[in-house]
Design a protein around this ligand. Sequence first.
Ligand code: ADP
Ligand code: MG
Length: 351
Amino acid sequence: MKIVVLGGGLSPERDVSLKSASLIANALLSKGHEVALVDLYDGIENDRPAESFFRRGTVNPYSYTIPETEPDLEEIIRQHGGRRQWVGPRVIELCQYADRVFLGLHGSHGENGQVQALLDAYDVKYTGCGYLGCAIAMDKTLSKALVAGAGIPTAKWISGKYEEMTPEKIKSEIGIPCVIKPIGCGSSCGVSIVKTEEEFAPALEWAASYKQSILVEEFLKGREVTIGVVGHRALPITEIIPHEGFYDYKNKYQDGLTTHVCPAQLDPADYKKCQELAVRIFDILRMSQYGRIDMIYDEANHDFWFIEANNLPGMTNTSLLPEAAKAEGIAYEDLCEKIVMSCGRDEIEGL
Ligand SMILES: Nc1ncnc2c1ncn2[C@@H]1O[C@H](COP(=O)(O)OP(=O)(O)O)[C@@H](O)[C@H]1O
Ligand SMILES: [Mg+2]
């Protein structure tokens, strides 16, 4: 089968995505597919036939190392002659030429439903949730409202434009400590935990440097867990234990800074409750195919608090969802292949 793996794009998670996409491409090549890895933003050269971009039979040709800091998107735009159009030359043509597209994208256009709607318009088969589930899950406030509406615990929150989120308002409605995040990002980009009043201004400014809409929520104490969902089934739960601080960009992507415990060691009744809750949230948010739900476990009260949903979660071979699949005996290469073979379908055959 001819498969385009889309990665990169004009998103703060561009580097993370290039790593996911490289490893997905290697996995699909190892399964005998013809694979073209394409950067959504860069696109491909104009003077080569589509066929020439597909590789076959090579072993692990792709690799990418994520730098410690997030990419400078303005610099990347400058390097491309100031082009702000986020779909690069011939990307759609190559996607149409392939049998299907594996979305190795993370953040902004890749996860907010825009790429999905664009590919729908061109009748291209792609992996992951449809545009609606993406749009809902990527909006942290909207997804919290839907989850809270279904009676599932989520931290008390306020949201609005940068100018509206004054320290006075946050102090009176949420209090300290609190968590400040941009709405519509991932990989902890722009996320701060505020413990003192002096930290308000830099945290708000940092969040606003990503998106002008900001979410402020109560800080939840407890153990952090994440649950991969494939089809409508929960994978084993993973507990996330950063060695220092919280699960920020560096702790997520630099090796050895965070311990993952999978399957998480939870009370057995709570374990089951958590998996059921994850699938319920997945359905409430209109997600499909695969995704990951982040929660905080309040052990004393046997409660799970929804943090957020990821509709194109990290897909390197050591990312959380592939690691959870592995704990069930599903090899990374098989996981990637099964996902791409079930494109456009809600269930994933064999998972
Ligand atoms: N309300 C909260 N209470 C405690 N920690 C939180 C809260 N919200 C987020 N965090 C921490 O911040 C991290 C990133 O937040 P999250 O909403 O998952 O953003 P992202 O989409 O960038 O992953 C979480 O993995 C968790 O460690
Ligand atoms: Mg998260």
